[in-house]
Write a protein that binds this ligand. Structure first.
Ligand SMILES: [Zn+2]
Length: 445
């Protein structure tokens, strides 16, 4: 046992039993939950508190399985000014997450067993949530030759999700080979669908607003043409494809078509693409600069509809922290990306639940169960039933607060939601029976 593991084990020793009283699992009828020994021990009405148990009053709150993010940029190694495994997983816990999948575009790139094991180890020793590394598809994200996919899959990090995210696997032969390769260990290729030639110098969504502002446009077809090609490749190879941060109405149509044909494709949408549009870019505030770009109101409506009808499988944050000097620049010089872990569930509540388009049961599916399943993580996204691991979120949907990134645990402040009134607050995140967040604050220990 390494020193780190020993420390983690000691820290994890017997948390006190927790009785979550009076909450509504999945937003349905009131049931108490008793957590003990790292598992859910009982679910039912009026459970008795065992001796030494802590009782949490969850009256009026929603109880969900801990959230799982399939698309997080933790920036470590190499980008510690923007985020670290420690700070990013604290941010995740504040957002109600008990697991994140850490994207591979770090420095060095997570394209070997050594790097993915290092990231997983940092996650274990931080202890705020489970960290599952995503492996790069190609060496150095260069798009030229396949990385050591099997070495990463067979490493202690047990990588199942592979992505060059930030870049598109553009070469169809490489994409085909990658899809073939991951079949043997039930992996999935998560594609960042962006034709690089069609988006050279692109600054924002191509449309009326880009024309008026005189900025180089990023056409919807640059995303849609890659998705169309990839679903056909996935069908041809008989392998699993996951489409990252789908953002256009046309992309939703292609996924819907592919699913009707039985192609094994899953898709994600980000919280920001559920709310913001290219009209926000008129402010020329680089906090709205993101990849893929904010699209039109028609696209926002289409992705909401796709999420509501199950065409889009999950919500994933694409949490992309950047230091201030990378964002406080002229629009064309600023970095692309937004933070998202600490606002994700509020955004989903605002745009989907409060609009009557998703139930809380659906929220458990799109933010916990299905992302865990896509990532083949059997410890996460489990039902709120006796015997399941005690990864639990208690969410109060009633308070409305003005979002303030200064309160965030993330090291970065590039949230586009600052100043917006957002519903809901995190009362409690529990990881393996141990609280990581209470009343919105990361626990001290
Ligand atoms: Zn991406």
């Amino acid at each position: 046992m390494t020193t780190e593991n020993a420390a983690a084990t000691a820290a994890a020793a017997d948390p006190a039993p927790l009785l979550i009283r009076g909450g509504r699992p999945y937003g349905e009828q009131v049931q108490d939950l008793l957590l003990a020994g790292g598992r859910i021990e009982a679910v039912g009405a009026d459970l008795e508190a065992p001796e030494g148990a802590e009782v949490i009053d969850a009256d009026g709150c929603i109880v969900l399985p801990g959230l799982v993010d399939l698309h997080t940029h933790l920036r470590e190694p190499g980008g510690e000014e923007a985020e670290t495994v420690e700070s990013g997983t604290r941010a995740a816990a504040r957002g109600g997450f008990t697991a994140v999948h850490a994207m591979a575009n770090t420095t060095p790139v997570a394209d070997t067993a050594g790097v993915v094991e290092q990231v997983a180890r940092r996650g274990d020793s931080a202890g705020w949530c489970s960290v599952r590394p995503v492996g790069a598809v190609t060496v150095g994200l260069a798009g030229e030759r396949l990385a050591e996919l099997d070495a990463m899959a067979n490493s202690r990090a047990k990588v199942r999700v592979f992505s060059d995210d930030g870049k598109c696997v553009h070469d169809p032969v490489l994409m085909r080979r990658a899809l073939e390769y991951v079949k043997s260990f039930d992996g999935v290729i998560a594609q960042h669908a962006q034709d690089p030639r069609l988006t050279e110098g692109a600054q924002m969504h191509e449309g009326v607003v880009s024309a008026e502002l005189g900025l180089t446009g990023w056409p919807a077809v640059a995303e849609e043409s890659i998705i169309a090609r990839d679903v056909l490749l996935a069908q041809h190879v008989g392998s699993r494809l996951h489409v990252c941060h789908l953002s256009t109405a046309g992309s939703v149509d292609i996924i819907r078509w592919a699913k009707q044909r039985g192609i094994a494709v899953t898709a994600e949408v980000t919280p920001h693409h559920l709310l913001l549009t290219d009209e926000n870019v008129r402010q020329f505030d680089a906090v709205f600069k993101v990849n893929p770009p904010l699209r039109t109101a028609t696209d926002v409506e289409a992705v909401r509809e796709g999420l509501a009808d199950g065409t889009i499988d999950i919500v994933a944050t694409d949490h992309a922290p950047h230091p201030r000097d990378a964002k406080d620049r002229e629009w064309d010089q600023a970095a692309m990306g937004m933070t998202g872990l600490e606002t994700a569930l509020s955004l989903v509540q605002l745009t989907m639940v409060d609009e009557g388009r998703l139930s809380w049961r659906d929220v458990a599916r799109v933010l916990s169960e299905t992302p865990a399943e896509i990532g083949r993580d059997e410890d996460q996204g489990q039902p709120l039933e006796p015997g399941s691991p005690a990864h639990v979120l208690v969410w109060d949907p009633r308070p409305v607060r003005v979002a303030d990134p200064a309160e965030h645990a993330s090291l970065s402040r590039n949230s586009p939601f600052a100043g917006l009134e957002l519903p809901g607050t995190n009362r409690l995140t529990v990881l393996g029976g141990r609280p990581t967040v209470r009343e919105g604050q990361v626990v001290t220990r």
